[in-house]
Design a protein around this ligand. Structure first.
Ligand code: 9G3
Length: 571
């Protein structure tokens, strides 16, 4: 492609609204332009990268036996009413009415559509398992779109749905998608971890998120420095080891603590460390009031509390609800609770002795409180957030934290949708059964941003070979110099004939501008045609290492082939 013709509006200045590097670079390097908040146009360079990601995804999905389809973006509300999600989702679900005033949604995902499709067109075990996928635009009206296409309101997703006759079959489909995702993200040159995640509202047991490691990632990953264990912070299991021998427990004593409410104030008042305090939090699990206890130096994990009660919704109790229960805010504790409240505690609480805890009376706390002696809980469970340095639940190694951008998510859905929508099959005994489903998403546009986030320097992007919009950048220094312009044009032809994707910077720009733009766009190999063109000498520069070498044009093709090999290995 000749750069003088390419629609590539680069920018020198950083767009004000771009907070992260990938957003800044994708706009500055002319890959995309914002149309509205969270809505983007992909320009030629951005579209070429999107197509590369999609190409890898298609190859691996097809190799895994999935079949590509294309479902509509507008979906009749009736489908979402069948599963109850029409009412379950709020303003994030984009809705519209057609000319006949009928309700539709702009699809944020396609469980309803694909389950209806399979229900209406397949009903025998002989045609199962089946895996249908699409690459399509999704709509989610994010309350605060940010980070460019990482959290946008319209984005491109590959979403796949598997249908099996049994859970064992689902396990096979799930593993096959898990493996395909590993191949996809490896080929795309991303640094990623598959982490155990919480199935959340979508339900079903067993789910993994594929996280591109990045400091700007919105998710915290707990991973083991010794084995492959990794989990989303919400899900990471805490290994509970009873601490050292417990001290003698003393008699509990109620102590006036006027206006001593925060952990810090309590520590000062009692000269105690956080680990000697017990924090009590009041939740509403669906419509049941729950108090969860956790050691003062730990953090409650709301997902774990929610899962303990298998609740659909878990919320902090409001002050009004707490005072209605006669529980004074800031002085909550396990002693003297109303019977209507269920009391649970994190495992670490059970071996505390002589702890400080709220007295459920305004301006009072208890000290020397020992669980089992002064109060009992209905259940001890893993209810706290894992912290760095905790023990790995798999191998006993040490847990460390990283941040990640979720680029893939695989779910075991079970019969959640097939049951609600009547997607049944006749088994070999002629008995009707619900199909067992899995669903599998990849954020195509988000993967592009994650790649830029992981591959850049102060000059601009550094495209890995597999995703580069073009592979070789031929840059004649001075287009007014016949020798340089002609040699550059002939190299452009011969490299293309050799099968390379080449961008020729044939603009009549100063050298400095050309080199800055070349670094910004970040193609893997740059061939500079300069002063030594007359001797047939050009300079080859590898963008990711900065290594530059003078090469005679007779050796150029061999050298570029070698560079391609080594750059592909790096992925
Ligand atoms: C909605 C809205 C937002 C949503 C959903 C529904 C996320 C929703 C979860 C999934 C699960 C999987 C298939 C591909 C992989 C992910 N945000 N999810 O269901 F109505 Cl507004 O999308 N779907």
């Amino acid at each position: 492609m000749k750069q003088s013709k390419l629609f590539l509006p680069t920018l020198r200045e950083i767009p004000a609204e771009a907070e992260i590097v990938s957003h800044q670079l994708m706009v500055r390097a002319g890959l995309m332009r914002q149309l509205a908040s969270g809505v983007y146009t992909y320009l030629p360079l951005g579209q070429r990268v999107l197509r590369k990601v999609q190409q890898i995804v298609r190859e691996e999905m097809d190799a895994a036996g999935a079949q590509e389809i294309l479902m509509p973006a507008i979906q009749p509300a009736e489908l979402w009413k069948e599963t109850g999600r029409w009412d379950a989702y709020g303003p994030e679900l984009m809705r519209l009415k057609d000319r006949h005033n009928r309700d539709f949604v702009l699809g944020p995902t396609h469980e309803e559509v694909v389950t209806g499709l399979v229900r209406d067109n397949l009903n025998t075990y002989k045609k199962l398992p089946i895996n249908l996928y699409q690459i399509q635009t999704k709509y989610r009206d994010e309350v605060r779109p940010r980070f460019g296409v990482i959290r946008s309101r319209e984005f491109i997703m590959k979403d796949a749905y598997s249908f099996d006759t049994s859970r064992d079959g689902l396990d096979v489909s799930y593993q096959s998608m898990y493996d395909a995702y590993t191949r996809i993200f490896t080929r795309a040159g991303l640094t990623f971890r598959a982490v155990e995640a919480d199935a959340g509202a979508i339900g079903g047991k067993g789910t993994h998120e594929f996280m591109a490691l990045s400091d700007i990632g919105e998710d915290t990953i707990a991973y083991c420095t010794s084995c492959s264990y990794a989990a989303n912070l919400e899900q990471a299991e805490v290994v509970y080891k009873p601490g050292s021998a417990r001290e003698e427990s003393r008699a509990a004593e109620k102590v006036p603590t006027p206006d001593v409410k925060t952990i810090e104030q309590l520590m000062n008042h009692f000269g105690a460390e956080a680990r000697q305090l017990i924090k009590a939090l009041v939740f509403k699990a669906d419509d049941q009031f729950v108090i969860a206890l956790v050691r003062g130096d730990h953090e409650i994990n709301e997902t774990k509390v929610k899962n303990l009660f298998d609740a659909n919704v878990l919320e902090m109790a409001t002050e009004a609800e707490m005072s209605a229960l006669g529980i004074p805010v800031g002085f909550i504790g396990p002693i003297g609770l109303p019977d209507s409240v269920t009391l649970v505690a994190d495992a670490a609480v059970q071996h505390m002795t002589n702890a400080v805890v709220g007295a459920n009376e305004k301006d009072y706390h208890y000290k020397n409180v020992t669980p089992g002696k002064d109060f009992t809980v209905s259940k001890y469970a893993d209810l706290r957030n894992i912290v760095e340095g905790d023990e790995c639940p798999r191998c006993g190694g040490t847990i460390a934290f990283a941040r990640g951008i979720e680029i893939g998510h695989v779910f075991k859905l079970g019969t959640r949708y097939s049951e609600k929508m009547g997607a049944k099959f006749l088994d070999e005994n002629g008995k009707e059964q619900n199909m067992v489903m899995g669903c599998y998403g990849i954020g195509i546009s988000r993967t592009v941003a994650a790649c830029v986030e992981q591959n850049n320097d102060e000059h601009g992007m550094i495209w890995p070979w597999a995703l580069a919009p073009y592979q070789i950048h031929v840059v004649p220094v001075n287009m007014k110099n016949e020798e340089q312009a002609n040699l550059a044009a002939s190299l452009y032809q011969s490299l293309q004939r050799a099968g390379y994707e080449v961008l020729l910077d044939d603009r009549a720009e100063r050298a400095g501008v050309k080199f800055k733009d070349a670094d910004l766009i970040g193609l893997p190999i740059r061939v500079t045609v300069g002063a030594k063109a007359g001797e047939g000498i050009v300079e080859c520069k590898i963008r990711c290492t900065g290594e530059a070498k003078e090469i005679h044009i007779d050796e150029l093709l061999t050298y570029v082939d070698e560079m391609k090999q080594s750059l592909q290995q790096q992925a």
